[in-house]
Structures are given as C-alpha cells and as structure tokens.
Design a protein. Sequence first.
Length: 223
Amino acid sequence: MTILRSPAGIPDATVARLPLYLRALDELAERGTDVCSSEHLATAAGVNSAIVRKDLSHLGSYGTRGVGYDVRFLAGHIATVVGQTQPWPVVIVGAGHLGSALAAYQGFGARGVKVAAVVDADPDLVGTVVGGHEVRSIDTLSDVIEHGEVSLAIIATPPAAAQSVADALVAAGITSILNFAPTALQVPDAVDLRQVDVAAELQILGYHAHRRQAEPAEEAVLS
Ligand SMILES: NC(=O)c1ccc[n+]([C@@H]2O[C@H](COP(=O)([O-])OP(=O)(O)OC[C@H]3O[C@@H](n4cnc5c(N)ncnc54)[C@H](O)[C@@H]3O)[C@@H](O)[C@H]2O)c1
C-alpha cells in the first residue's frame, strides 16, 4: 500500500538525496524495470537502505514489504516534490569559461532546469553566442528575470564581482542562487544559496590522497 502526503518539512539531507534517487529511478524506468528495492536506491545514493526507507517515509511512500517501490510512481512523486515536473528557468551570470560550459550543457533539461539567459558585463562578450544562447548585457538583468519568470540564478563571475551580482539578482527577484565563485556571499534569509567550491572539494580529495600515500610509510615506521 502506498500513501502519499504533502512534502512540507522534509529534512535538508533528505532533499539532497532525492535527486539521486530520482536519477536511479529514471534509469530503471528507461530499462523497463517496474519495481525496485530500497537497496538499489541506497547504492545509487551512497547510503544504507534504512536511510532510504526513512527518506521515502517523509514523502509518505513506504513501498510494499517484500516487493519494493513502484519505479514510475515513485519517480513521478519525487519529481513533483523536487519541482521537476516543468523545467525551472535559470539565468547564468558570467559567460566566461565556466558560464559558457554550463550554458552549453545539454543535461540540464533532464534534471528539470533550462537555461533561460546568459548575461555578462564584458561588452565584447555581449551579443556573442554561448551554448546556443546570445549573451546579454548585465544591464538587462532585471528585464531578463522579469520577462523570463526566472527565480534561479547561477553566479559564474570572478569572486570580486560575486557579491554585487548577488545583490543585483536579489533586487531583481531571484530567490535561489547557485554560486560557483569562491566568495562567502551575504543574502537575505529568504534567499536559498548554495555554494559549489570545486577547488575546496579537490583540496579535500588531495588531503585524503596524501593521507593514503603517507599511511604505508607511517605503518612501516611503527612496525
Ligand atoms: N573555470 C573553472 O573550472 C572554475 C571551476 C570552479 C570555480 N570557478 C569559479 O567560477 C568563476 C568563473 O570562472 P571562469 O573560469 O569562468 O572565469 P572567467 O574569467 O572565464 O569568466 C568570468 C566572466 O564573468 C564576467 N563578469 C565579471 N564581472 C561581472 C559582473 N559584475 N557581472 C556579470 N559578469 C561579470 C566576465 O566578463 C567573464 O566573462 C570564478 O569565480 C572561478 O573561481 C571556475
């Protein structure tokens, strides 16, 4: 028996795993699989199956004991919860190396996002085309946001420009920002801000790689 309920109050950690479950379910659906186990979703999300069951209980979906989860039904429900039933328009600010790579990325559509516009402050870039989008002037930002009904933005500017860009985005009505610039941004509480710091992630991996290399030498000294 599957009961669905309102997703209000889902913990952040659960929300962060829902797209991983959804991707696994979409792949299963494409392969024609009708039912899946919590173990399968657990592997996809890198957690244990008890966490999957707990996560899905927040959606009210308990699956059927001994049978598992209905793949298409659960995928549809998670897609609704994460707002993926219609693509969210996103504006990319900064049409440099990273911004243009993101603008050209073809995979956003399948993940419920579409690039509505790309803007930049460099007059030499305005009017050029990146990833099929004509780069528009940063001066048109509020127009772009208002007319495109955009509520999501990606900041791909140098760090020094990121705070003023964030301020302009918030003033223009943006409520969700994904920031790639390595800057701690200040935004109002009502604005959702997520930070992607690729260099910091690599440093963390570097730390672990360094530890792995050092461990055999440390063990040799101790033995
Ligand atoms: N390139 C990468 O692989 C990478 C990886 C991780 C993080 N980042 C971060 O992403 C950001 C962008 O990196 P990049 O390599 O694309 O830089 P880039 O210099 O190639 O591009 C930055 C763009 O931002 C534009 N810009 C500057 N000020 C602006 C403003 N006020 N309004 C609008 N546009 C403005 C510039 O004209 C330029 O086109 C940086 O903060 C960088 O640290 C980059």
